[in-house]
Design a protein around this ligand. Sequence first.
Ligand code: FES
Length: 355
Amino acid sequence: MSSQDIPEENLPAEHSAGHNEHGAVTVADDKNPFADPGLPPHEHRVQDIDERAAKRSERVVAMLFTVSMLATVGFIASYVAIPHDKSIFVFPIGHINALNFALGLTLGLALFAIGAGAVHWARTLMSDEEIADERHPIEAPPEVKAKVMADFKQGAKESALGRRKLIRNTMFGALALFPLSGVMLLRDLGPLPGTKLRHTLWSKGKLLVNVNTNEPLRASDVAVGSLTFAKPEGLEETDENFQTEIAKAALMIVRLQPENIKDKQELDWSYQGIVAYSKICTHVGCPISLYEQQTHHVLCPCHQSTFDLSDGARVIFGPAGHALPQLRIGVNDQGYLEALGDFEEPVGPAFWERG
Ligand code: FES
């Protein structure tokens, strides 16, 4: 509808220079490109001009309320009459408990009928008068601002804050210190982790134990191209903190040809081409489980981060932000693989980017 179609009486009353009494723009200009179009003509409902239509609407509303009453009676009857272990077949849901079905159906119908009746009543029979509430400027008029400032100054004067410096200073002190009680409550979130997040169970001399056989690994057990998962000796699945510790200490062991290892530190920290890396993805901590023997890539199944084990386990694809931490390993006198210390950096999802 264009503004030409709007009757004169529905257009906003002009006040001065293209503005109505509340400041709304009634005539567009360069400064105010959108004029207030006013209200469209009011269209009377059929119930307002035809008494028979109004009676029909009245009967519909009464019928809906009656349906609600019947549904409520049905709800009570269902509750009393239907055994709680009876089941019925309802297409397409299948077999369900008859009592639950009846209670849900009747209760839903009772509520729906009340709502539908109320809406129909409001839309067809209640008053249809249109009321426009003009939006007022947000900014307070100058006299209100002046009154607020005067009240503020009067309050400051009456409180004698400027004169009674002792009260003023102690009050500021009290207000400044009070938030500290909230800070103290943060202690209840503790105890602080301390350096626990920086260390795993690995330490110098700890044997690498195959997680499948629960036997310590010999260097000769690790074949080229195989992927073996290991845990620190002494950590058993029955331990109370097993999940916590294995989540930090889980290792994957791979044997590469030493000449295929491109990274010097990786070579130094390996034993005859056997490398030990954290199994925990540095993206969000999924366990890495896929190894491509030909390319020496390991792949995280969660979001496909891919790490090159022949090049310091650096990320070559995916969202992980850091290479996998490597564990320095060697063999003991009996030929068993052992750790030569802990990881030198935190394992897992990058320890919040490690500062
Ligand atoms: S957790 Fe490994 S890629 Fe997301």
